[in-house]
Each structure stands twice: as structure tokens, then as C-alpha cells.
Design a protein around this ligand. Structure first.
Ligand SMILES: [Zn+2]
Length: 201
């Protein structure tokens, strides 16, 4: 697209939220409804869902055209969301309605649930969905450890903070993780001074 057209498009879209603009003019991560990764096109941060045949027939370098045929992750059906999240996590992920939460791990069933209503899913944000899954995968990793709840939360937030995708997340998302990491670090230092604090933080 010519720069002139992009500028005009930007002017027309002024009332829209910044995230919405990115969704419209940026390229993104494309997956099929069965969780197959197709390609990353442009420089956006959204997950979009499109069947492989349409993706290849539209021409996988034309973002604006592609986005007419692709569905944002947040608007895809639950089966597609679960398939894509499972691909991202390299583990079985279930979708669930968890008001107020991004995701949860059930240590009894050892299942991870991603929330339809969390900010990561609502924003269809590739990096934030990956980090939400990183948190729960860390809980799953330590299921049978003798760590306290505070230690487990500390480790889960630390894994998010140390993830290479952390710097790609929104400022608000990063801030929330940093605040919770700080909160649990203080609790762990108080409750269990001998607990190993990884030196990377
Ligand atoms: Zn947690």
C-alpha cells in the first residue's frame, strides 16, 4: 500500500482505538481453525484465523486483503481458539469462561483453561496470549513440587517476565506482571528466605 493511502486510512480511522487501528492496518499471525500456523504477515501483533486455501488464494503478502477474509482470534469459535492456543502452548489448552481471569490451571485434572473474557484473548494479542499460557504452563510444571502457593506464583510471574515475548506486550500488560512479580517476590523473601531466587531477575 502507498504511504499516501496509509496516511489517509489513518486519518479516516482517528476515532478508533489504537489497538483497532493495528488490527486493521497491521499484518499479523495467521493460523487455520485447526491450529496450523500459516505465516506472519506485516508487523502486527494479532492472531487471525483463516483457512489455508483462502490464505494462499488471497495472496499471503496482501495484509489488507487478507484481513477481509480472516477472523480475529477473539471472534473465532471456541474450537479454533482451543486448537490455536494448544499449538502456542505445545500442550492441550481448553477454553472456558473465567470472569476476571486470563486463565487458570487445575492441579487436580492438570488442565489449563484460557479465558474467553481475559484481556489477552479479547485483544487477540499473540504475545499476551503466549505469556498467559507461559504462566499456567509454569504452574503445571511445578504441580508435584513442594513449593508454597506464593513460591509457585513467584515462579510463574518470573517466567513471564523472563519470556522473550514480554517486551512485545502492551505497557499495561507488562506493568501488571511486574507489579505481581514484585508482590510475590516480597512475600517469598519474607516467608521463605532460603528460597532460590533465579539470578536473571
Ligand atoms: Zn498463577
Amino acid at each position: 500500500m502507498e504511504k499516501f493511502n496509509l496516511d489517509r486510512l489513518a486519518a479516516e480511522m482517528q476515532p478508533m482505538e489504537k489497538a483497532e487501528q493495528t488490527a486493521t492496518i497491521g499484518g499479523d499471525y495467521y493460523y487455520t481453525p485447526t491450529g496450523e500456523y500459516l505465516d506472519y504477515v506485516g508487523k502486527g501483533d494479532k492472531i487471525r484465523v483463516i483457512d489455508a486455501a483462502t490464505f494462499h488464494s488471497v495472496g499471503c503478502t496482501d495484509e489488507s486483503n487478507l484481513n477481509q477474509f480472516a477472523t480475529l482470534f477473539s471472534q473465532a469459535d471456541g474450537g479454533a481458539q482451543a486448537a490455536i492456543a494448544s499449538k502456542l502452548a505445545n500442550a492441550q489448552i481448553y477454553m472456558a469462561d473465567l470472569p476476571g481471569d486470563e486463565a487458570m490451571y487445575d492441579p487436580n485434572s492438570r488442565q489449563i483453561y484460557l479465558s474467553y473474557s481475559g484481556s489477552a484473548v479479547s485483544g487477540s494479542n499473540f504475545y499476551e496470549i503466549c505469556l498467559v499460557l507461559t504462566h499456567e504452563l509454569t504452574h503445571k510444571q511445578y504441580t508435584n513440587s513442594d513449593m508454597t502457593t506464593n513460591q509457585q506464583e513467584y515462579m510463574a510471574y518470573l517466567a513471564q517476565k523472563n519470556d522473550p515475548y514480554f517486551s512485545h506486550c502492551s505497557a499495561h500488560f507488562q506493568y501488571t506482571i511486574e507489579q505481581r512479580l514484585k508482590y510475590y517476590k516480597e512475600l517469598v523473601e519474607k516467608d521463605s528466605p532460603g528460597f532460590y531466587i533465579p539470578s536473571s531477575y
